[in-house]
Design a protein around this ligand. Structure first.
Ligand code: IPM
Ligand code: MN
Length: 389
């Protein structure tokens, strides 16, 4: 696979307590491969520092897979994913397909189908506002204080996964939304459990005054709530939630919602944080878990080395947490924080004094490998070079 040619991935580093993990990498389209490459570089640094071995398999998905195989999710990718310890995904989508409304084959189908195949029913998006990028938020800084929201978006049901139909004359289109109790219960359990470790509040967002599926969500979640007496359960209509996210985002802690509402509200919340390109996500389910930045494929930025790799790198950190490599994950997060605090940022954050995607990846990797009291070589930083060499 052509990606990931700039890191010591083949290097086997074995020490005491070393772990071997098999990771499937799905770079996808647009900037997906570029940002994913930086995550792999950072994972190599983790491997070196902590003595682990990560074995990578690369799979096709999205427009890339359509070009090469005619299918946005080839069977080989599905098989590979089912045998992995974890999956790191980039992004899918390309303008060519966005503008072709008649095409039956679309890159996004690859992502929808892998969610179904792997039973990835809960997509978890953690929205925090990093102080160093808060000025980029459309909200004034005071409103962003204490914003820390975890959104549980149901991923395998609802309108996105329901049956669709187009009448023969092409003039009537139908999409359907279906949920069953079991699907609601399995994700809600995770939301309640996480709430117990946070501020003990779950907001269920629905449209129960209009939709039958929403009423089922309310009844089901209400029935479950007695098992979590320490957690306050609040119900909110989706239009009110969209408003409150802007007027008073810090009032939310854990949000629980269905597929469509979760998609829209999580992107809204991400943009309010000032840095949607920094937000990672995890999709968990019945098989292997899946980690991806929440941003899209940004086709206009492809190949320019300008995309922000932090969403992907933080997704890789989330993946390590899932693999129970807590110190390793913390090392990545600390290095990311260090870049943000020092203004080592990509063009989306600072359009004038910016660093390239690959430079940020290199800086973070160097930082992880650096002995804690090694000074940073500031001349090299100014020259956009490695910070320690
Ligand atoms: C996301 C993406 C996908 C979604 C698209 C690509 C179908 O935007 O993960 O948020 O919304 O499901
Ligand atoms: Mn989306």
């Amino acid at each position: 696979f052509p990606s990931h040619d700039n890191g010591p991935s083949t290097e086997k580093c074995k020490q005491l307590m070393s772990m071997t993990k098999h990771i499937v990498v799905l770079p996808g389209d647009g900037i997906g491969p570029e940002v994913t490459n930086q995550s792999l570089r950072v994972l190599d640094a983790v491997c070196k520092k902590f003595g682990h071995e990560f074995q990578y398999s690369f799979g096709l998905i999205g427009a890339d897979a359509i070009e090469k195989t005619g299918d946005p999710l080839p069977q080989a990718t599905i098989d590979m994913c089912k045998h992995a310890d974890a999956i790191l995904f980039g992004a899918v989508g390309e303008h060519k397909y966005d503008n072709d409304h008649h095409s039956n084959i679309r890159p996004e189908q690859g992502l929808m189908r892998i969610r179904k195949e792997l039973g990835l029913f809960a997509n978890i998006r953690h929205i925090v506002s990093h102080p160093s990028v808060a000025h980029l938020s459309p909200l004034r800084a005071s409103r962003l204080e204490n914003v820390n929201i975890v959104i549980f978006r149901e991923l395998t049901g609802g309108l996105y996964m329901g049956e669709r139909h187009l009448s023969e004359d092409g003039k009537i289109a139908t999409d359907t939304s279906t949920y069953n109790e079991f699907e609601i219960e399995r994700i809600s359990k995770y939301a309640f459990q996480l709430a117990q470790k946070r501020k003990r509040k779950v907001t269920l967002i629905d449209r129960a005054n209009v939709l039958e599926t929403s009423r089922l969500w309310r009844r089901t979640v209400h029935n479950m709530s007695s098992a979590y007496p320490d957690v306050e359960l609040e119900y909110m209509y989706v239009d009110t939630a969209a408003t409150h996210l802007i007027t008073h985002p810090s009032r939310f802690d854990v949000i629980l919602t269905e597929n469509l509402f979760g998609d829209i509200l999580s992107h809204e919340a991400a943009v309010l944080s000032g840095s949607p390109s920094l937000i990672p996500s995890a999709s968990i389910g019945t098989k292997t878990a899946f980690f991806e930045p929440i941003h899209g494929s940004f086709p206009a930025g492809k190949g320019k080395d300008i995309a922000n790799p932090l969403g992907s790198i933080l997704s890789a950190a989330g993946m390590l947490e899932y693999l129970e490599m807590y110190a390793e994950s913390a090392a990545i997060k600390q290095a990311v924080k260090w870049t943000l605090e020092n203004g080592f940022v990509t063009k989306d954050i600072d359009p004038v004094n910016f660093y390239f995607t690959s430079t940020i990846g290199e800086m973070i990797s160097d930082r992880i490998l650096q002995a804690s009291n090694d000074p940073v070589i500031s001349e090299n930083i100014l020259m956009r070079k490695s910070t320690i060499i």
